[in-house]
Design a protein around this ligand. Structure first.
Ligand code: C2E
Ligand code: MG
Ligand code: MG
Ligand code: MG
Length: 289
């Protein structure tokens, strides 16, 4: 009886596994079709210097303009493909599209450093620097110094030596690196020691809670201090209010990105936004009371 039960369970497990494989296969196929049909778009979220009011750059954030579901956020489709080769093709599309957009903005007189998010699989490809070089060559009007790559510390730590080698090769071309969601990966110090990252992005969870929770504020101060001693830039993500901005300025973090500055927007909207931001004196909206 026990044996029979075991066998049945095994049979059910097989069915469940086959279904999961099928589901993923379908998801990958849909994403690959969407890529071929041009259904992906990049939105751009500005980064500013709160002290000078200057617009310093923007982060490219992917969305899927789905024919039935509307604008789908990356959290709803990237996790399904994160360790699948299609994510490499999608990642190349993101870099290529961001560079084309930067070229178009530059032609209008808007020079911005644009950052793109790179996933773990992309960073672990030994030939990533060559692929990046090829894409850069196709955009001779955009200096590589205007491109920044955002990586998660967790994605580099899988093989830190290889990640460091890839990063050094890309930096030799002029491309900069930012560590995204800094502080959430449990290995931030090792990371700083080995990886040539130019920028630390303080994770938005710490920014959100820093006004109420002394531990979060301590982490924010700690990251700002680390950036200083390691000679890295530091930027806060998830800056939603004037209160966040004022506190950050008072503890030595001038650079900010977040809804308090602007939400991610279509590329076409960014030049007008930048003009308006400058005319408004580069100030964050007052916090709702
Ligand atoms: P991320 O790189 O940490 O990007 C920041 C996310 O926080 C974005 O969500 C952004 O819209 C959101 N955000 C910005 N400011 C605020 C704020 O003040 N408050 C709140 N609540 N949220 C804010 P999004 O666009 O949904 O992207 C989520 C994640 O998906 C990104 O996190 C990034 O890890 C990933 N992602 C986005 N685009 C790409 C891409 O092209 N390639 C790869 N590999 N990953 C991407
Ligand atoms: Mg990012
Ligand atoms: Mg982040
Ligand atoms: Mg994130």
């Amino acid at each position: 009886l026990a044996k029979q039960g075991g066998k049945n369970r095994y049979h059910l497990f097989d069915i469940a596994r086959d279904a999961a494989v099928q589901t993923r296969h379908d998801a990958v196929q849909r994403i690959s079709d969407a890529l071929a049909q041009g259904e992906f778009v990049l939105y751009y979220q500005p980064k500013v210097n709160m002290r000078t009011g200057e617009v310093i750059g923007a982060e490219a954030l992917i969305r899927w303009q789905h024919p039935e579901r509307g604008l789908v956020p990356p959290g709803d489709f990237l996790p399904t493909i994160e360790d699948h080769p299609i994510s490499i093709a999608l990642g190349e599309w993101v870099i290529d599209t961001a560079l084309a957009q930067m070229g178009a903005w530059r032609a209008q007189g808007l020079d911005l450093v644009v950052s793109v998010n790179i996933d773990a699989l992309q960073l672990q490809q030994a030939n990533f620097p060559e692929q990046l070089h090829d894409i850069l060559t196709q955009h001779p009007d955009v200096p590589p110094q205007c491109l920044q790559l955002e990586i998660l510390e967790t994605s580099a730590l899988e093989d830190i030596a290889r990640a460091a080698a890839v990063m050094h090769a890309c930096r030799a071309m002029g491309v900069a690196f930012a560590v995204d969601d800094f502080g959430t990966g449990y290995s931030s110090l090792t990371y700083l020691k080995y990886l040539p990252a130019d920028v630390l992005k303080i994770d938005q969870s710490f920014i959100r809670n820093m006004t109420d929770n002394p531990d979060d504020l301590a982490i924010v101060r700690g990251v700002i201090g680390l950036a200083e001693v390691f000679h890295r830039q530091v930027i806060a993500e998830g800056v939603e209010t004037r209160t966040h901005g004022d506190l950050l300025l008072s503890i030595g973090c001038d650079l900010a990105q977040g809804y308090g500055v602007a939400r991610p927007m279509p590329a076409d909207a960014l030049p007008a936004w930048a003009l308006q931001w400058r005319e408004g004196g580069g100030l964050l909206a007052s916090s709702p009371s």
